[in-house]
Design a protein around this ligand. Structure first.
Ligand code: ZN
Length: 362
């Protein structure tokens, strides 16, 4: 083993595999674990190339759009594509329905399924059971854990089932989706370096604009105002109330600057602010020592005409309130792989559901 390879191994094991995964992918393969993963689907004209890994072996098949709907089922992996239509999602929704929200799944597919089943969002076959109600995922389905693609394809299909039932699934972008799209692989599970290596590419290339999964992620919003509850991954910095922008404009500005290497010019000004430390997918000012004041929260609520701000990103032991309920923190630590909670809002009644499906007060 060369010195360079040894360094790569050490860095990868300590979750800093970006350097070797990005520049020296072939040397990041360090384990004898048999991985299966995928599919990763790329589109060229009316043909799809479907790639996956089965027990560390690269597999591929071509599918014509004429063959749709397409159900991928190989090697214990699953993905259903009824069509390739991307449904535009509104960032402002009002109606007489219950809203449920989870956050920061971080590749913990089995735990997420258990939580959603026990709280009757999905049935025993993982199909939508939440009728005309809405489920929000405030980002970070990616990184840390080793079942991020299982979550992606599950939500891809659940979204269609929810719409067919008159409900909706709102997957919002978190910093970890944006990191992978931007080739920042600091927290990527070791499995995915190996998968990319077996498929003969670098991991971010599997999420290009020409891939089904990449196009789908790029279509997602970073915030949603549902019945006056503002959902987003990390939070709105109080400064954003002074910028004269609407929620819709913030969402669009963020999305217009989503992937650095696809931009014609570097991010500057507010676009840069939204994508950096105090921006909508990184901000921790509702929880940190330098906290937003109660008055600043009120200014945000008034300016954006919302009742509450609901965020993930900063892990808690359970779903918790801050600022007398004007902020709700819903990252209940699923990333640790042991527990999870779900928030429910029905008009003005708010409660949390635990992993056993018990209804608990906030
Ligand atoms: Zn986060």
């Amino acid at each position: 083993m060369t010195r360079k390879t040894t360094l790569c191994v050490v860095l990868s094991l300590s979750f800093f595999g970006y350097a070797c995964g990005q520049y020296d992918a072939s040397k990041s393969v360090i384990t004898d674990v048999q991985y299966s993963d995928g599919p990763y689907i790329s589109i060229q004209d009316d043909t799809l190339t479907v790639d996956w890994v089965c027990n560390n072996q690269s597999q591929s098949e071509q599918v014509s759009l004429l063959d749709f709907p397409y159900h991928f089922e190989h090697c214990g992996l699953n993905a259903k594509l009824s069509d390739l239509n991307i449904v535009p999602q509104s960032i402002a929704v009002n109606g007489d329905f219950t809203v449920a929200a989870i956050s920061d799944l971080h590749g913990q597919y089995d735990l997420a399924i258990e939580l959603l089943q026990n709280n009757k969002i999905i049935d025993a076959n993982n199909r939508w059971q939440f009728a005309e109600n809405h489920l929000v995922i405030t980002g970070d389905i990616f990184d840390r854990g080793d079942k991020q693609m299982e979550i992606l394809w599950f939500l891809y299909e659940l979204e269609k089932q929810a719409l067919a039932a008159g409900g909706n699934v709102h997957l919002l972008l978190g910093n970890h989706e944006v990191m992978v799209l931007n080739a920042r692989l600091d927290y990527l599970h070791q499995k995915y370096f190996k998968v990319a290596d077996i498929l003969g590419t670098l991991y971010p290339n599997l999420f290009s604009e020409r891939s089904v999964q990449g196009k789908w992620l790029r279509s997602k919003n970073v915030l949603a105002n549902i019945n006056g509850n503002l959902f987003l991954h990390a939070g709105l910095h109080p400064k954003l109330a002074e910028e004269g922008l609407s929620l819709s404009a913030i969402n669009q500005l963020f999305k217009d600057h989503l992937v650095k290497h696809e931009l014609e010019a570097p991010r500057t000004g507010l676009a840069k602010f939204l994508h950096t430390r105090d921006g909508v997918i990184w901000y921790r000012g509702y929880f940190s020592d330098i906290r937003a004041t109660s008055e600043e929260i009120d200014t945000l609520l008034t300016h954006f005409d919302i009742n509450r701000i609901i965020v993930g990103h900063t892990s808690q032991e359970q779903v918790e309130t801050r600022y007398e309920g004007r902020v709700i923190a819903i990252d209940a630590g699923m990333k640790r792989g042991k527990n999870g909670e779900i928030l429910f809002i029905d008009k003005n009644v708010v409660w949390r559901g635990n992993l056993n499906g018990e209804k608990l007060p906030l």
